[in-house]
Design a binder for this molecule. Sequence first.
Ligand SMILES: Nc1ncnc2c1ncn2[C@@H]1O[C@H](COP(=O)(O)OP(=O)(O)OP(=O)(O)O)[C@@H](O)[C@H]1O
Ligand SMILES: [Mg+2]
Length: 273
Amino acid sequence: MRMEQQPLILTSLTRRFGETCAVDGVSLTIAPGQFVGVIGRSGAGKSTLLRLINRLIDPSEGRITHGEIEVTKLKGFALRQWRRDCAMIFQQFNLVERLDVLTNVLVGRLAGHGPLDSLLMRFTDAERTIAISALDRLDLASQALQRAGTLSGGQQQRVAIARALVQEPKIMLADEPIASLDPGNATRVMDALRSINRDDGLTVLVNLHTLDTARSYCDRIVAMRAGRVMFDGTPRQMTDDVVRDIYGAEGLAEFNESVTSTAAAPARPRVPA
Ligand SMILES: Nc1ncnc2c1ncn2[C@@H]1O[C@H](COP(=O)(O)OP(=O)(O)OP(=O)(O)O)[C@@H](O)[C@H]1O
Ligand SMILES: [Mg+2]
């Protein structure tokens, strides 16, 4: 897999929804190959930030560049190419449950096919080989022909990662990928992201809701509140005191909740950031 060499630079990035400033003047330079955790309470702007990066939504102001590429100006084919370069994985996996696991992974290749191939789900043998090796890497090769809907949540999320991998992205964006998982599955999913980061050199940006996970996996933690970056540093610098300063005692308690209690309440209440 190719090594990515370009920094991702966000400059004064802002996105408003009516009166709400979801992302408010965010400037960040993300070095290639970095593993960045974005934390923040519900409504802080974490998902909006990732969606701006892969251009699912457009900024109100500011710009994004990736090396020579002016991401915020991309249109048409170049925009589709950029979306392929930034794979996105979500809390709810977004698999097609009635299709088998292998086909779900192959969906990651669809962007490179014409409409008829896509409609008929026609793939080459080489693509099948790539998909099977991605599944094998995520320890799911023996489930390749099983219906995706019959897998556990953790397995489904690993299928989603395999689907993202066959896209051959440069950047992996993950929006709370472990928020619906029990601790064992959460660890396997985070380990898979770490392996992609370390072994393939992919830049990983992951939104997380638990501090211990951010501290154990990320090179860098960005903490958001009300659309703004309140902290940007190493896990070691992100002490409980810093967290309390930014989010208060209540926020600290919320971040230190175990992954188990997050999994027990999948629909987190939306509280103001
Ligand atoms: N499409 C939209 N339309 C209107 N408001 C939006 C939209 N998307 C996000 N917002 C608002 O922007 C703010 C940031 O939302 P965002 O989803 O980015 O937060 P988040 O940090 O991902 O929260 P959570 O932890 O709950 O996922 C919130 O106030 C939200 O209500
Ligand atoms: Mg979110």
